[in-house]
Design a protein around this ligand. Structure first.
Ligand SMILES: NC(=O)c1ccc[n+]([C@@H]2O[C@H](COP(=O)([O-])OP(=O)(O)OC[C@H]3O[C@@H](n4cnc5c(N)ncnc54)[C@H](O)[C@@H]3O)[C@@H](O)[C@H]2O)c1
Length: 462
């Protein structure tokens, strides 16, 4: 019997989102429970791009992940020869859909945020030069609102005209990822709500059908917005809200530490009220690629795309500064308990920007460690997910505690949550900064009674 040809989906950009998207799409099945798509990952012919391409072509997910479902999906689809990666843009030629998952960075000029669209535009041009008239272009990259209509659409139109294709048939859509790298990585794509919008009714229906084909839209229905700019705004507002919510807790963390109460206990009480149940908790800081830049995109959109210099985003901008300073607030808290850090042997547990990931981009640990080094401390770093880190030596084995005077619980990886602190801290004369309140109450009390100093961010209680 003749084998049915699979529809080809190209994912442009094989980073934390693109590679995971490839895995999610590989699980899409048609009615006969047979795979629906052939997935091609497209990256650049750069060292980073080639590395990701090679790993995917060997059936490996290009990042360290604790999500077995993700690793299995890539392996299986690769083995069945329906998942590949390449830097050859020819793969775009007969694509049914192409998903844009490339980065778009923030820059600063005179302290004002701006975006240089040059490389982003080049990536869109690659698509515009190669796709067929019927291909759906689905943008998932986080962009300043207005980008699809004012930056991407003109490029697609220009090349469609040049290639004698009908520009009225362009199918452009925007739908953003809420992916959460970590143990539920692939599920955070498939079993999650999605927002989408497109340039016309046909594109909208195409986008809807495509999303329905690989997402669990029965349990997590799609939300259609009336314009791509609204969909882009939803992403930026959503992340600005999150950033502001996290930053808001900072002043209450400091207040609690100073007046001697437990901010976590207070937050638990507030969370009982359903309208307030997502109030955030004190912590070590905010890192990663998204929450450290997305709240600037409102301003960028207003100034660069809508030519309006008067719109202000004081909450979003303040939240970014507050969150960036969080590791330094933690350092101040540590310094209350120690006169000088000079020559102190300090172990920092956790390098990644959040628990259960290997992503080091804008990690709060870096800000904290740099300050420790400036204070001439001897710093050692461990992270179960990270084996190499450009400027710092990462311990490749979890060390015994005897070698250190100060221990920083920077990242709430499960590895540290599960640690038997009573056994591990056997010498009992340590200063421990628990930046995420991971040491259980009973253990905390016992450790203090044995002569350790336990400092917890957001807690001033004795
Ligand atoms: N990381 C997250 O958890 C997350 C969550 C939601 C949304 N996002 C957004 O998704 C987008 C991608 O983020 P990421 O973390 O996956 O980025 P990343 O930096 O990990 O990966 C981006 C990849 O795109 C490749 N690339 C750049 N230009 C290209 C081109 N012209 N053609 C092909 N490949 C190209 C790069 O080489 C890189 O491999 C960003 O807009 C980000 O804000 C990220």
């Amino acid at each position: 019997m003749k084998k049915k040809k699979l529809q080809k989906v190209v994912v442009q950009g094989l980073g934390y989102v693109g590679a995971a998207t490839m895995a999610a799409i590989s699980l899409a099945m048609n009615e006969g429970n047979k795979p629906k798509y052939k997935i091609i990952g497209l990256d650049l012919n750069s060292k980073l791009g080639r590395n990701r391409i090679n790993l995917l072509n060997k059936g490996f997910f290009p990042f360290k992940s604790s999500d077995k479902k993700m690793l299995k999906a890539i392996k299986k689809a690769s083995k069945e020869e329906r998942l590949f990666a390449t830097y050859d843009t020819i793969c775009l030629k007969d694509a049914y859909a192409v998903i844009v998952n490339i980065p778009l960075d923030i820059n600063f000029k005179n302290n004002e945020p701006y975006v240089n669209f040059t490389t982003f535009k080049k990536a869109i041009e690659t698509i515009a030069k190669n796709i067929s008239q019927t291909c759906l272009v689905l943008v998932e990259t986080t962009v300043p609102p207005g980008t699809c209509e004012k930056v991407i659409m003109p490029i697609l139109e220009k090349f469609f005209i040049r290639r004698n294709l009908d520009k009225n048939k362009i199918r452009l859509a925007h739908s953003y990822e809420r992916v959460m790298p970590g143990p539920q990585y692939i599920d955070s794509i498939i079993n999650n709500w999605r927002v989408y919008s497109a340039n016309n009714k046909k594109a909208e229906n195409f986008c809807k059908r495509f999303l329905q084909s690989f997402l669990n839209t029965s349990d997590f229905p799609l939300t259609k917005l009336s314009s791509m700019t609204s969909s882009e705004t939803a992403k930026i507002m959503e992340n600005s809200y999150r950033s502001t919510n996290i930053a808001f807790i900072e002043e209450w963390a400091r207040f609690s530490e100073k007046i001697g109460i437990n901010c976590y206990e207070v937050i638990e009480a507030i969370r009982k009220r359903p309208t307030h149940n997502n109030i955030r908790v004190p912590g070590f800081g905010v890192g990663g690629y998204c929450l450290t830049k997305d709240p600037y995109f409102g301003k960028v959109s207003a100034v660069q795309l809508f030519k309006n210099k008067n719109l202000k985003f004081p909450f979003s901008e303040k939240s970014l500064k507050t969150n960036r300073a969080m590791p330094l607030e933690n350092l101040k808290l540590l310094k209350v308990h120690i006169n000088s850090l000079k020559k102190k042997k300090i172990l920092v547990l956790g390098a990644a920007y959040r628990s259960e990931v290997d992503d080091l981009r804008n990690t709060p640990s870096e800000v904290f460690i740099d300050e420790l080094i400036k204070s001439k401390a001897n710093v050692f770093v461990h992270d179960p997910y990270v084996k190499v880190w450009k400027n710092y030596n990462i311990l490749n084995k979890f060390p015994i505690s005897n070698r250190f005077e100060i221990i920083i619980l920077a990242v709430a990886h499960n590895f540290y949550r599960k640690l038997n602190f009573l056994k591990w801290l056997n010498k009992n004369n340590k200063i421990v900064l628990d930046a995420n309140n991971i040491i259980k109450e009973k253990i905390r009390k016992e450790l203090i009674s044995r002569g350790n100093t336990i400092i917890t961010t957001g807690r001033g209680d004795k």
